[in-house]
Write a protein that binds this ligand. Structure first.
Ligand code: ADP
Ligand code: MG
Length: 406
């Protein structure tokens, strides 16, 4: 039984991941809007309450001023002194300041400075709320003058207005830092898995491989096997296994790059692949010069080329052309363009082809391009990207490497 069928398809897994991001984003937006909306309701309720309080304060003032001979004067005085949070300034009808409450005037200031500060406060309050009138009445109850009570939001209310924004700002910074930390630890973990798995594979292949090599030497002594070419075939397969082992062991360590003739290297890969693919698929190599050199690690770089060519073959079905062009760019760059005449990559898929687990193939793992990107970017400090792709016409992948003057 093929065990792969018991796993969720890589494609499903991949999509789950992106959906999760959108869900988290949507939930954060809903929470933000909800929190701002709710605080707004609270702020408005508190505003109404403060307005009522200032009105009561003004009525108490009015009462105290008009009814100087009253037994219950202490009630209104009590109300006036109880306002210890809302800033108010009381002016006469000609706008001169009479008294003030809960305004941040420092006692040690000069009179001039205090006056200026209070004037500015009044201007400020005028802009926020219309003042509350106090009517001054004579004995017969006729209004002969007016006073005004200017006010603004209490410190508590002001704080509450900015609170949700401050809170969201802090949360956003915290979220951003957590995201970075999470991303960093995830990348570190992925690196450990790549390296660990590769080293383990190379290590496990190593032992049977060296004993196989010894067995081939034993078989070489048998003239019958030798004559039938069996030993040579075995030798080829062992060599290929050695290449595979070397690839895994190199990806698990820090490979050193050396200057290589890219034209020869590409031809070597093509020479290996051409007999192994459909004869109706032609592989062609073009180079402006046969001496273009670049810094590469051959076992890993060949792996990348093989992956790209295999994808090209998969994209074409039974017949077509794979063209590999080797070019020199400015700033001493070397470009390797791998073009196929296959089914192309849709705009939607384009952003995803290099992501691990993304595949459109029934039997694909979606790791080929991820590996290629890792090898080119991490080990070669180069670039790999889809240069162009047209549905049903073909795709061109480009690899960019650091060239060597030759
Ligand atoms: N030359 C190409 N032409 C069309 N599609 C491609 C080509 N190369 C890659 N792709 C797309 O990118 C996907 C991921 O490729 P890869 O990482 O190699 O994984 P896999 O080959 O296992 O699917 C493929 O499934 C395919 O949809
Ligand atoms: Mg592939």
């Amino acid at each position: 039984m093929d065990k792969r069928y018991s796993l969720p398809s890589s494609m499903e897994f991949y999509q789950d991941n992106t959906n999760l991001k959108w869900i988290i984003l949507a939930v954060s937006i809903v929470i933000s809007i909800g929190s701002i909306y709710y605080t707004n309701i609270l702020v408005n309720q508190l505003k109404d309450r403060e307005k009522d309080q200032v009105k009561l304060f003004a009525r108490a003032l009015e009462y105290t001023i008009n009814e100087s001979n009253n037994d219950i004067l202490f009630v209104s005085e009590e109300i006036i002194t109880k306002n210890n949070s809302i800033p108010t300034i009381n002016t006469d009808s000609r706008d001169s300041i009479l008294y003030y409450n809960n305004v941040d005037v420092v006692l040690s200031w000069s009179e001039k400075r205090k006056a200026k500060f209070l004037r500015d406060e009044v201007e400020d309050m005028k802009k926020t709320y219309p003042p509350i009138e106090i009517n001054l009445k004579d004995e017969s109850g006729n209004v002969y003058d007016k006073q005004y009570v200017y006010y603004k939001n209490s410190f508590l209310l002001t704080q509450l207005t900015i609170y949700p924004y401050a809170q969201l700002f802090v949360l956003a910074i915290f979220g951003f830092i957590s995201y970075l930390a999470f991303n960093y630890s995830r990348t570190a973990e992925q690196n450990r898995i790549w390296v660990g798995l590769a080293k383990e594979t190379a290590h496990q292949l190593g032992t049977p491989l060296s004993s196989l090599m010894a067995w081939v030497e034993v078989l070489r002594d048998d003239p019958d096997l030798q004559r039938k070419g069996i030993v040579d075939e075995l030798d080829k397969d062992i060599r290929k296994l050695q290449v595979v082992t070397e690839r895994f062991s190199s990806i698990g360590s820090t490979p050193t790059l050396k200057s290589e003739n890219i034209y020869q290297l590409v031809n070597r890969v093509v020479g290996y692949l051409q007999p192994r693919i459909s004869p109706k698929i032609n592989m062609e190599v073009y180079a402006l010069s046969e001496t273009i050199h670049a810094m590469v690690h051959p076992p890993l770089f060949e792996w990348v080329l093989e992956n790209l060519c295999k994808n090209a073959v998969d994209a074409m079905g039974s017949s077509g052309i794979i063209a590999i062009k080797i070019l020199r760019g400015n700033e001493n760059k070397v470009f390797i363009d791998i073009s196929d005449s296959g089914k192309g990559i849709s705009k939607q898929q384009l952003a995803n082809v290099f992501k691990p687990g993304f595949t459109t193939k029934k039997r694909g793992w979606g790791l080929g391009l991820t590996l290629a990107k890792r090898i080119i970017e991490l080990y070669h400090e180069g670039k790999i990207f889809v240069k162009s792709s047209e549905e049903n016409l073909g795709t061109t992948f480009r690899i960019e490497l650091k060239g060597v003057n030759s």
